[in-house]
Every structure is written in C-alpha cells, then in structure tokens.
Write a protein that binds this ligand. Structure first.
Ligand code: KG4
Ligand code: ZN
Length: 346
C-alpha cells in the first residue's frame, strides 16, 4: 500500500511517499526557517500563508522523487492534531482535495504518534513491542508505554516547557539564532559541559514527568548574574563563555531525558526503547541514549536525524496503520490544537 503523507503542523511544509509503512520512497521538507528567523520563533499567520504557496510544489516534488504519480497512491494520511490550527488547516485541505479528486481513502494522524512511528523507518529496523517511547519536540516532552504500535499509554510529560522549547529559549538568551536546538548543539562543540552547575530537577511524585523551566532560569542566573531578567540577556555577553553555557545546558537536558527514559523502561519491563521528535536529532542525546540503553540491556531504536524533525514520512507510516486496519475519515475531518491525551493526569 502506497501512502501519501502530509504534515503542516508548524513551520515545515512536508509531503512524503511511504510503501507499506516501512519503505520511504521520498520525504520533502520545504523549510520556512528563514521567514521566521527574524521574529525569533514561528509566526502562525506567516506559516500558514507559506504552506499555501509551498504545497503544490512540495506534493509534486514528493511524487517526482518517488518516481510515482497520484495514480499509484492508495491512501492519504494527514496530520490533523496537535499543532497551529491555521497551519494544520492548509495540509488538511490539500489532503482532502487529493482524496476527493482521486477517490482515495483519507485518515487524520496525531503528530505525536507520528513522531513515534518514525522509528519504523530507522536503519536498524522497526521496534518490537511492547516498548517505551520518548517524544521530545518543540511543543512536547512525553514518555509513553506502547503495548502495540497503535496503543499509547502516557507515563509522564513536561509540566512546563518542552525540551525543544527550553533549547529555543536558552538560545535566545545567548543571542544564538532560531531554531535554538541546532544553534546550541553547534555552540556547545568544544565547550566544557561541567562549567555551570545546573539542576537536574525532578517534579514531585513517583511518576515520569519532566520540568525544564527551572533549568532555563538557572542558566540565566549562572551565565549572566543573579540580578538578570530574561528580557535583558539577549545581546549581552555572558560572564561564562557561550560554548561552556551551551555545553552545560545541553548536558543537563540530555542527562534528565536519558535517565527518566531508562527508568520508565525498567519500570514497565520492556526490552525496547524508541525516541522521536526534533530534539532527538541532537547528537549528544542520540549517543548517550544509545550507549546507556545498550549498557542496560535495551535495544534503542533511533530514526535518522531528518526523520526526527518534522516530516511527512512519519505521518505516512502512522496513517498506514489506520488505513491497513480499514479505518477512514470523512471529508469533514477537523483540526485540533491539542493532542488526544495532553497529560497523564488529564
Ligand atoms: O519535532 P519538531 O521538528 O517540531 C515540533 O513538533 O515541535 O521539533 C522542533 C524542536 C525545536 O525546539 C528545535 O530547537 C529542536 O526541536 N531541535 C533540536 C535539534 N534540532 C531541532 N534540539 C536539540 N538539538 C538539535 N540538534
Ligand atoms: Zn514535531
């Protein structure tokens, strides 16, 4: 079954073709980073206008790179939650138009589930179930127990900032360009990860929740001085070299993510650990989870970097599970800003 995937949940206009949920024939990402950079973050109205302009090209390019036409496509999968609603609407409208014109089955996909399903395109092969999955992106930091590919039980989530959001905010404090994750990663090269004594805070209780807002504030005080306010930091030179601040911050985030993920794996008794989302493109996180996970006896499944950040191949995989099970959505498919389950407590 050949599935056309579409994801426009944030600032990347994406389209991809994936066969049988495992063979990625093409994955096109028309990035809007330059359009948003001068605002220091994604501007929803600009994102949705750019999606309207980019989609005809992105879909044609995905078909062409895969060497197929719409005649070969068996179904259309589109992210319809969570995300910026006006951005989501553009991808959903494109998917509906193709499904209607070509009389193809259409399914809506949850973006967070899709980040987990990117692991089906990992070079070492798909994960086995049950497993534990960590999704770390700009909007989410959540741990799930997955008894099967389509069942997700939320074990814990961030109570404040997402890990990617923390990277973006700390980059802004340091005057590094948006998006903050890649900027911090390159600024950290050669830096001393022990230069700043930063907290590895753990929210109260025995769950698997995360908290990153205290870490961000600690970076502000330790790098610029106790009397500094967040709005005053950008443009100032920190009292500690930027490379050391970036390396110390990155290590603090990676320490917490790796530790909590392996604790969740132990708690649930699984043998496999999966990671996905934009922050999973981070080299330190990939290497530390792979090494520590293997040392503890787990098989760690890590998608290629370009399938960790937003893409439509993961959406085609996610949609394939629904399409193969005979599930269909109507042309009244709606968009939602929130995921299906936002917190373990809700
Ligand atoms: O999954 P994603 O592309 O979009 C969302 O669904 O949010 O994740 C984007 C987030 C941003 O916060 C970005 O700074 C972060 O992922 N990110 C990284 C890296 N590449 C992207 N964070 C750390 N290291 C990276 N190399
Ligand atoms: Zn994402």
């Amino acid at each position: 079954m050949l599935v056309l995937g579409i994801d426009s949940s944030c600032d990347e206009t994406t389209a991809a073709l994936v066969r049988d949920g495992t063979e990625c024939l093409s994955s096109v990402v028309a990035t809007q980073t330059e359009l948003h950079r001068r605002f220091g973050g994604v501007v929803p109205e600009i994102a949705c206008r750019a999606h309207v302009e980019n989609y005809p090209w992105a879909i044609a390019e995905a078909l062409s790179r895969a060497g197929v036409t719409l005649d070969d496509v068996d179904g259309v999968a589109v992210t319809n939650r969570p995300g910026l609603v006006n951005a989501l609407l553009v991808g959903v409208a494109a998917a509906k138009a193709i499904a209607f014109a070509r009389d193809l089955p259409l399914v809506g996909v949850d973006h967070i589930a899709a980040h987990i399903h990117a692991s089906f395109l990992a070079p070492g092969g798909a994960p086995a179930f049950p497993c534990v999955a960590l999704v770390v992106s700009g909007g989410h930091t959540s741990l799930y127990h997955l008894p099967s590919p389509t069942e997700q039980r939320l074990l814990g989530a961030t109570l404040d900032d997402a890990a990617g959001e923390a990277f973006d905010k700390v980059a802004r404090l340091l005057g590094l360009p948006y998006p903050g994750g890649p900027s911090i990663e390159s600024a950290a090269r050669g830096g001393d990860p022990t230069a700043l004594n930063l907290p590895r805070s753990r929210p109260k209780g025995d769950g698997f929740d995360f908290s990153f807002s205290g870490l961000k504030t600690a970076v502000l005080y330790r790098a610029f001085g106790q009397d500094m306010k967040p709005g005053d930091a950008p443009g100032r030179t920190p009292v500690v070299p930027v490379a050391d601040v970036a390396a110390s911050f990155q290590k603090a985030v990676v320490d917490v993510l790796v530790k909590r993920t392996l604790q969740a794996a132990k708690h649930t008794g699984v043998r496999e650990v999966v990671i996905g989302g934009g922050v999973a493109a981070n080299t330190q996180l990939r290497e530390r989870l792979a090494t520590k996970g293997a040392a503890a006896g787990y098989r760690v499944v890590i998608p290629p970097r370009e399938l960790c950040t937003d893409n439509a191949a993961m959406v085609a995989v996610s949609g394939w599970f629904r399409l193969a099970a005979g599930e269909r959505d109507g042309l009244d498919l709606d968009c939602h800003p929130r995921p299906i389950r936002a917190t373990p407590h809700g």
